[in-house]
Every structure is written in C-alpha cells, then in structure tokens.
Design a binder for this molecule. Structure first.
Ligand SMILES: *[C@@H]1O[C@H](CO)[C@@H](O)[C@H](O)[C@H]1NC(C)=O
Length: 160
C-alpha cells in the first residue's frame, strides 16, 4: 500500500514532464478549409468543415526539412492551383530545450474568407503569453515568430 502511494505520484510526474503537445488548426469560420501538412512528404488535404473542423498532429521533427508547415486553403485543390492564397502555420520543434517555435504567414495574397475575421495562434499553456494575432485576418507588420513550451498544444484558430 505504501509502495503504491509512492509510485503513483512519481509516474504521474514523469508522464507530465515528457508530454508532447500538438499543432492544431481549429476552423471556426462558417466555410470549409483544407489543410496540407508538409515536411519531406505532403499529406492531405484534410477538409475541415465550417465551425467545428480541426486538424492536429503531435509536434515532431522532420528528418529532412526539420520544420513542418501546415498549409491552409479555402480551395479543395488550393495547394496545386497557381496563385491561390495559402495561410501557412509553420513550426520547429527544438527537442533539446523542449520548445516549439512557430509562425504564421500568407503566400499568394490574403484569403478573402479570412479578411475581416480574426486569426490567432496561441499556446494552451497559460504561462506562455507569446501569441500571434491577426485582428483583421491579414498579417500585421512585424515578426510573427513566437516560442512556447512544446509540452502544450499550439492552436491556430481561424475566425477566432
Ligand atoms: C515519406 O513517404 C515515404 C513513402 O510513403 C515514407 O517511406 C517515408 O517514411 C516518409 N517520410 C517522412 C519523413 O514522413
């Protein structure tokens, strides 16, 4: 009995320390969006239905590219359709420090579905106040690179 009491809290502590968070995309816009996770390989698209859809992957290091990019379009074939706006949520996991660096950018212009809506990227760790906020759905001036603990999810919310 004494042994059980001792082991349980230690096992819990070990699990807590080694936990790895996820990169997550929540689609709260009314329209669907499509996500292509990109590293060495491209997978997807994962269709996220309006208001409830999400995509999540555990933070990991790509063996060739290092970083990972979640490319988002409103078009089901957006990644392969020239000139179609993409919003890119990129992250780099630093295993040594257990931190995750992340940023948000657009290529091929702003997505009309997000313009006038809010986009946020925030850690689920309330202690990490670093966050990305696009108040009007378009990139504001200045660096968009942030860093938080990799033990907590980092969540991109479209139409937050
Ligand atoms: C990329 O895809 C190939 C073929 O499916 C697979 O063998 C390989 O493990 C993948 N690489 C990564 C880094 O996911």
């Amino acid at each position: 009995m004494l042994l059980t009491n001792l082991i349980t809290p230690l096992a819990f502590l070990a699990a807590t320390v080694s936990a790895i968070g996820s990169a997550r995309v929540n689609n709260k816009c009314t329209s669907n969006v499509y996500v292509w996770p990109v590293g060495t390989n491209i997978t997807g698209p994962y269709g996220l239905s309006g208001t409830v859809g999400y995509y999540a992957e555990s933070f990991h290091v790509d063996p060739n590219t290092g970083g990972r990019a979640l490319k988002i379009s409103s078009h089901p074939d957006g990644l392969y359709t020239p000139g179609t706006p993409q919003t890119i949520f990129a992250y780099n996991l630093d295993v040594g420090t257990n931190q995750v660096w992340f940023d948000l950018s657009n290529v091929f212009g702003n997505n009309p579905a997000f313009v006038g809506k809010k986009i946020t990227v925030k850690s689920a760790d309330p202690a990490c106040t670093q966050e990305i906020v696009w108040p009007a759905g378009v990139p504001p001036a200045g660096s968009q690179v942030r860093v938080c603990s990799a033990s907590s999810n980092v969540v991109l919310t479209l139409c937050a």
